[in-house]
Write a protein that binds this ligand. Structure first.
Ligand SMILES: [Zn+2]
Length: 278
């Protein structure tokens, strides 16, 4: 047998073993984290819809359209200053309670839409507690999800969320949520507005291979804040696309069926260097 023949026979015999060894090493490194963070695999086409600021149109337009299609969603509520008491602009607390009764998740966006990144821990907790107390008095489920108003965040806010035992917090960043990489207190999202329909559609196409697409939506329409307006006809196009293509549309609370957020919090590092704002 020539030297060349011998070495090719050897590599034919050794190579499969090397492959198996590499695979085992890969599994050893990755499986413990995967196995602990994921309760079950994330299906392709999984999307989380979130609606911010307690805008009146969430109750009048959005909730019935979602309900019709059997879609879940998280509503991040607050008492948006200065016009919260104007019910033509914002939901009142009875309407927020109704969203909870309809099966949607009502979640914490602070009392006053506070720039929490600039506050002390005590002040952050006060902002969080106000919404919790309000919800408690109305029989709304205990809150597990938080969204940073204006994407304002700091380590202090994350510590406050940890003390309050929130499971997750939504940020921005225009990228997919990778549950095995992104810390659950820095969940990325895309925000919709009247000009970024193409970008939003491209985002939805990325919900695959274990990656989840989270959308941050304001009013539908949003008359008070036109720069984050989502026109109702555009919103309907999104819903029709999601229905026709058989997407799974969830609230964060429903996503907890797939992800053990407490374990993810322990196992994953906080990384403020990734894009976190929209
Ligand atoms: Zn907001």
């Amino acid at each position: 047998m020539s030297r060349i023949q011998f070495s090719s026979v050897l590599s034919a015999k050794v190579f499969p073993y090397l492959k198996v060894c590499t695979l085992m090493l890969f599994l050893l490194i990755h499986l413990p984290v995967n196995g602990q963070i994921l309760k079950k695999p994330i299906p392709d086409k999984t999307v989380v819809l979130t609606f911010d600021d307690g805008v009146a149109s969430h109750y009048s337009n959005v909730a019935p359209l979602l309900k019709e299609r059997g879609f879940g969603a998280t509503f991040f509520v607050c008492e948006f200053p200065p016009n919260f008491s104007d019910s033509t602009k914002y939901m009142n607390w009875r309407q927020m309670q109704q969203l909870d009764r309809m099966g949607f998740e009502v979640a914490n966006h602070t009392h006053n839409h506070a720039a929490v990144g600039k506050l002390s821990e005590e002040e952050v907790i006060k902002e969080i507690n106000y919404i919790e107390a309000k919800c408690d008095s109305l029989g709304i489920k205990r809150m597990i999800s938080f969204a940073y108003p204006g994407y304002s965040m700091s380590e202090i806010v994350l510590e406050a969320l940890d003390k309050k035992d929130y499971l997750l917090a939504r940020a921005g960043g225009k990228r997919t949520y990778k549950p095995l990489e992104d810390h659950p207190y820095l969940i990325p999202s895309w925000a919709t507005d009247s000009k970024n329909e193409a970008e939003t559609m491209e985002a939805l196409a990325q919900a695959k291979d274990g990656q989840i697409v989270v959308l941050t939506i304001h009013g539908v329409p949003d008359l008070e804040h036109p720069w984050v307006n989502t026109p109702p006809e555009m919103f309907l196009r999104y819903l029709d696309f999601l229905s026709k293509n058989e997407y799974q549309v969830l609230s964060f609370e429903q996503l907890a069926e797939y992800i053990d957020f407490r374990k993810a919090r322990k196992l994953l590092k906080v990384n403020f260097d990734k894009p976190l704002r929209n």
